[in-house]
Ligand binder design. Structure first.
Ligand SMILES: C[S@@+](CC[C@H](N)C(=O)[O-])C[C@H]1O[C@@H](n2cnc3c(N)ncnc32)[C@H](O)[C@@H]1O
Length: 361
């Protein structure tokens, strides 16, 4: 935020100031190369499909640019892009207009290039393509954007982190295929964990560790850890724990985790409140243990549904979010030191764990 905006927002009260910070929080722009690395893996699936980017300003989004630049290569039928118009920081200014961009034709001589400033306006002015105002503010939950969603085959975007649960819930309700970027913390929510357990959502392939850079607006403060300015003069922030969430099949899902350790009661303590052993690192899952095991959340980076069954998430909300039948299946018994359902060893609470079981060979 510029100093002018800060001072005028401040003078209009804390509500607006909080609103301004909340708006800024969601303005992380995905880099073209990150979109490319993941989306090209679904190339065969995308043929003939209508792709919807519903949190994407076509003039800013690398998703939109990627799908335009690869429209012919992917043999897409149609690309649609909408985004919420950013509400003004000042209540008195009113809202920006929201637009819908539609692309059905991308000539070989397209004015849109992967990694250089592109003439999106010229592309959208071509016959077969359009840029038209939406009636509402472009919120992905609005009736008109939901109608566009129901017409699409595949959704690809990086939705606002703060609305990720609502976002995935809507995709699930519409039964849509998707390739979306999010934070792995979302997995532990009661909306998203069940989708992983039921093998209706899994991580995409291209990000399984480390952090990723995102472009941020010029007004973004550079004092946060991991912020900087790249060689093109654009501000970026590095974010940890980012993952692709998808329900389209790709090869890694079927790779088996190679296990080398053997079970011993000394090395694998049993929880006091679950009939399961604690495995502190995914690679230490014992090859010869057939019972229930509590593994770290990062297990999902290696999860193969042919090799393991996910039973439940043993975190601080387990008692309220897991069905009583499942709690019975895992031998859960309330413990005086356990507030909500997290595993207890020697009277101490451990980190949130996913309770899994190996599938018989
Ligand atoms: C994390 S940014 C990512 C932008 C873009 N998809 C990308 O990957 O570069 C999320 C975007 O969603 C927009 N947004 C926020 N709330 C929204 C909503 N309710 N509906 C649609 N878009 C929204 C924000 O303005 C922001 O541009």
């Amino acid at each position: 935020m510029t100093p002018e905006i800060v001072s005028s927002v401040k003078s209009s009260g804390n509500g607006n100031l909080n609103n301004a910070f909340n708006l800024k929080k969601d303005e992380f722009y995905t880099r073209y190369e990150d979109v490319e690395k993941e989306v090209l893996r679904y190339r065969s699936y995308l043929e003939g499909k209508t792709v919807f980017c519903n949190c994407d300003d076509p003039f800013e989004s690398a998703f939109f640019r990627f799908f335009v630049a690869n429209f012919a290569k992917l043999k897409l039928a149609k690309l649609v892009s909408t985004c919420r118009a950013e509400p003004s920081l000042l209540a008195s200014e009113g809202n920006e207009r929201a637009f819908k961009a539609v692309v059905t034709v991308v000539p070989c001589s397209s004015p849109v290039r992967p990694n250089s400033p592109s003439d999106i306006e010229a592309l959208l002015a071509m016959p077969g393509n359009s840029l038209s105002p939406l009636t509402g503010d472009g919120d992905f939950r609005s009736a008109e954007c939901e109608a566009l969603l129901s017409e699409a085959d595949v959704v690809a975007t990086n939705p606002p982190f703060s609305l990720f649960r609502d976002y995935i819930r809507q995709l699930d309700k519409h039964g849509k295929k998707f390739i979306v970027l999010g934070n792995m913390n979302a997995v532990t929510t009661r909306e998203i964990f069940p989708l992983f357990r039921e093998n209706r959502v899994w991580y995409g392939e291209s990000i399984r560790s480390g952090d990723r850079s995102f472009h941020v607006p010029d007004s973004y403060p550079l004092n946060a850890a991991g912020c900087g300015i790249d060689e093109d003069g654009r501000r970026f922030i590095r974010v940890k724990g980012v993952r692709w969430f998808t329900n389209i099949d790709a090869s890694k899902r079927t790779e088996r985790l190679e296990l080398t350790r053997f079970y011993s009661p000394d090395e694998y303590p049993t929880y006091e409140n679950y009939d399961a052993i604690d495995v502190a690192r995914t690679k230490d899952i014992p090859v010869d243990y057939d019972g229930l095991m509590g593994v770290p959340i990062t297990f999902l980076d290696k999860y193969n549904s042919d090799q393991f069954d996910i039973v439940m998430l043993a975190n601080g909300n387990a008692r309220s979010s897991v069905p009583a039948t499942t709690l019975k299946e895992v031998g859960y018994s309330p413990h005086p030191d356990d507030k909500g359902g997290v595993g207890i060893i020697n009277g101490r609470r451990v980190y949130a764990r996913i309770i899994v079981r190996r599938k018989p060979l």
